[in-house]
Design a protein around this ligand. Structure first.
Ligand SMILES: Nc1ncnc2c1ncn2[C@@H]1O[C@H](COP(=O)(O)OP(=O)(O)OP(=O)(O)O)[C@@H](O)[C@H]1O
Ligand SMILES: Cc1ncc(C[n+]2csc(CCOP(=O)(O)O)c2C)c(N)n1
Ligand SMILES: [Mg+2]
Ligand SMILES: [Mg+2]
Ligand SMILES: [Mg+2]
Length: 350
């Protein structure tokens, strides 16, 4: 195949990937191919949600930590997760790529294979984007558009004293997966092969193919039971601080209630790491952290359970703050939980 120019590449990556029916169901009147996409009205009683998130080679992934399709999948999944964190339904996405020479059209096509796999899974129409060359590292930036029932989108600011703090899944797995994958990236020869064979699949999967919690977010929004919500991208501590500050409250988390998966505990134990630290400060889990009235927790757990989604109560909201405290599993004493987690402009975050 002769090398493709900019426009040839865009067609190669995107043409014929989604059916006319699929696009119509997502509310698209006009998709890729003109100066702008055209969307149908969201309808009375609905509001639009719009969010953007970017992935940068060397910062969010290395060749060794992610396959091409994983990069595309995760770039869209992290955006879908922000819609989930508002209690909405993702509908459409714009995808912008800055492509360095090492990412030829075939590699980019595989990136789009992963992106469209995620789009299909969550009913997202890819309606446009932008393409530029780049000197060295790949950048993938996605803008996602979704809908929520009018007035029902869940903000970070609704946590109130007396409410329970919950998580919709275990955390720390993605960070442990990243740790394992980075170690493989740094190793050579037989040691590398040995580490690859020992890589726990669930940890690598959590890092490469995160599962945004759209269903959980919708249940929390539509029932009105979720009072504040965040998706866990930078880590539980960081997200909890965001809710505490936006709501003007104190969040008290209990270490012994943190959901630690067996795989995480085993990996942490084998590598001299603390599972609780990974669960609190590791990022990219894309489960939901939020608050709800204590009186709703049982029913909420049943509603989520019917969809196969767990609900872990991990603490409660108190007056005061704003701040986040952690009650130690060993001593039962409270200590301030540092605002540690992933931060793009701070070194040594984990
Ligand atoms: N460069 C920017 N210009 C304008 N607004 C921005 C910019 N970067 C972020 N924001 C806005 O700041 C707010 C917080 O963004 P942030 O990226 O921290 O949230 P998030 O996407 O949930 O987290 P993460 O990126 O860690 O997944 C959002 O409202 C976002 O739209
Ligand atoms: C090679 C490599 N090094 C470090 C990390 C960890 N990491 C990068 S960004 C981020 C938070 C979410 O991103 P954002 O806040 O931009 O949404 C985390 C936990 C990684 N994934 N790959
Ligand atoms: Mg963001
Ligand atoms: Mg978010
Ligand atoms: Mg972040």
């Amino acid at each position: 195949m002769p090398p493709l120019d900019e426009f040839g590449r865009i067609r190669f990556w995107t043409e014929g990937r989604q059916s006319v029916d699929f696009l119509a169901r997502a509310g698209v009147s006009l998709g890729i191919g003109d100066d702008a996409a055209v969307l149908k009205d969201a309808g009375p009683g609905w509001e639009w949600l719009v969010a953007a998130d970017t992935m940068v080679e060397q910062v969010h992934f290395l060749d060794e930590t992610m396959g091409e399709a994983d990069v595309g999948y995760k770039a869209l999944a992290s955006n879908v997760s922000d819609i989930a964190a508002m209690g909405g339904e993702p509908k459409c996405a714009l995808v912008s790529v800055c492509v360095p020479p090492a990412w030829n059209e075939e590699r980019m096509r595989r990136l789009y294979d992963g992106l469209y796999e995620c789009a299909e899974r969550y009913g997202v129409a890819v309606i446009g984007g932008d393409t530029t060359s780049a000197p060295r590292d790949l950048v993938v930036s996605v803008t996602v558009i979704g809908t929520a029932q009018a007035g029902k989108a869940i903000r970070r600011s609704g946590a109130r004293p007396g409410q329970a703090v919950f998580l919709t899944g275990p955390t720390g797995l993605s960070a442990a997966g990243l740790h394992a994958l980075r170690r493989i990236a740094a190793a050579e020869g037989a040691e590398r092969d040995r580490l690859l064979r020992a890589l726990p699949p669930r940890l690598a999967q959590a890092h490469r193919r995160p599962v945004p919690s759209v269903k959980a977010g919708r249940i929390l929004a539509e029932t009105g039971w979720g009072t504040s919500l965040n998706d866990v991208s930078d880590g539980v501590a960081s997200e909890a601080w965001e809710i505490a500050e936006a709501s003007g409250v104190k969040l008290v988390l209990k270490e012994k209630l943190l959901p630690l998966s067996g795989e995480l505990s085993a990996y942490a134990g084998d590598n001299g790491m603390s599972a609780a630290e990974l669960a609190l400060f590791g990022g990219e889990d894309y489960v939901l952290l939020g608050t709800a009235d204590k009186s709703c927790v049982r029913e909420l757990r049943e509603r989520l359970g019917a969809e196969g989604i767990p609900l872990f109560a991990i603490g409660e909201v108190e007056e005061g703050g704003p701040g986040v405290w952690l009650e130690s599993a060993d001593t039962g004493k409270r200590k301030p939980l540092p605002k540690r987690g992933y931060n793009h402009f701070r070194e040594g975050i984990m």
